[in-house]
Design a protein around this ligand. Structure first.
Ligand SMILES: *[C@@H]1O[C@H](CO)[C@@H](O)[C@H](O)[C@H]1NC(C)=O
Ligand SMILES: *[C@@H]1O[C@H](CO)[C@@H](O)[C@H](O)[C@H]1NC(C)=O
Ligand SMILES: *[C@@H]1O[C@H](CO)[C@@H](O)[C@H](O)[C@H]1NC(C)=O
Length: 233
């Protein structure tokens, strides 16, 4: 009984200790590393030594594999895992230790806009403005903004905000998103409406006109009345 517990303990600790990456006769990946565009196909082979055939395999999150002799060939039609490192291993003879190699894969993508922001924006003067140019990509993209005047904005964030827009803030804003794999330019055309002021001026003009016309009629009525009362005593 004690022996079984000990054995299970040893097996578990062997498993937990993981695999040895510094052993002799490590499995060999061909190619030894991969750099691939997100969504593109990937393929690699792993070979183990002739006397390592007891128990060998390949751990990978995606794709399919075939074993032929001392080699495992692996391929996936679309690389859609950002962080994955397939691991090729064999179990060492007369022990439970594993000897393994990993295949480093760098997955890249040029920046791509997230969501569907509005590129034509009409906004009332005095309202807050938020331009959102969030993009994804690998390596993580960086952002820079150009104002309608053509001068750069200090923001290096994915959003540009103006607390209260004035008509002078209208025009074409450009957000430039880039990483080592590419750059995209996103344009926002902002129209600032001075609708409130025009409306207020309009209401004031109409009100003044109504009062003036009313006053004129009243004056004429008063005057006529006085004239009439003078003519008809
Ligand atoms: C893997 O090995 C097979 C058979 O030798 C070969 O046809 C294939 O091109 C190899 N694949 C890679 C990615 O090296
Ligand atoms: C595995 O073998 C099947 C059938 O021969 C073949 O269609 C498939 O492409 C092979 N996969 C790899 C990764 O070589
Ligand atoms: C910007 O857009 C992204 C993607 O649509 C969204 O996840 C994020 O919350 C937005 N940010 C702001 C401040 O609205």
């Amino acid at each position: 009984m004690l022996y079984v517990i000990l054995l299970v303990g040893i097996l578990c600790s062997a498993h937990v200790s993981g695999c040895d990456r510094n052993c002799a006769d490590k499995p060999v990946f061909t190619p030894s590393r991969l750099v691939v565009k997100y969504g593109d196909p990937v393929a690699a082979n792993c070979s183990v030594c002739e006397n390592c055939l007891d128990l060998f395999g390949l751990e990978t999150p995606l794709g399919e594999q075939n074993k032929t002799g001392t080699m495992i060939s692996w391929k996936a039609p679309k690389m859609i895992e950002w962080h994955s490192a397939p691991s090729c291993y064999y179990t060492k003879k007369d022990s439970d230790d594993q000897c393994c190699s990993t295949l480093p894969i760098t997955v890249y993508h040029k920046p791509r806009l997230q969501g569907s922001p509005h590129f034509q924006i009409t906004i009332k003067a005095g309202s807050p403005l938020l331009l959102n140019c969030s993009a994804w990509g690998n390596p993580s993209p960086s952002y820079s903004w150009t104002l309608p005047s053509g001068s750069p904005h200090s923001s290096s964030s994915n959003v540009l905000t103006i607390d209260s827009v004035a008509s002078a803030d209208g025009g074409l804003y450009t957000c430039s998103v880039s990483n080592s794999r590419g750059t995209i330019n996103v344009e926002f055309n902002v129209t600032v409406e001075e609708i409130n002021i025009i409306l207020i001026i309009g209401i004031v003009v109409v009100a003044v006109a109504v009062v003036a016309v009313g006053g004129l009629f009243y004056w004429r009525y008063q005057t006529n009345g006085k004239i009439c009362s003078r003519l008809l005593p």
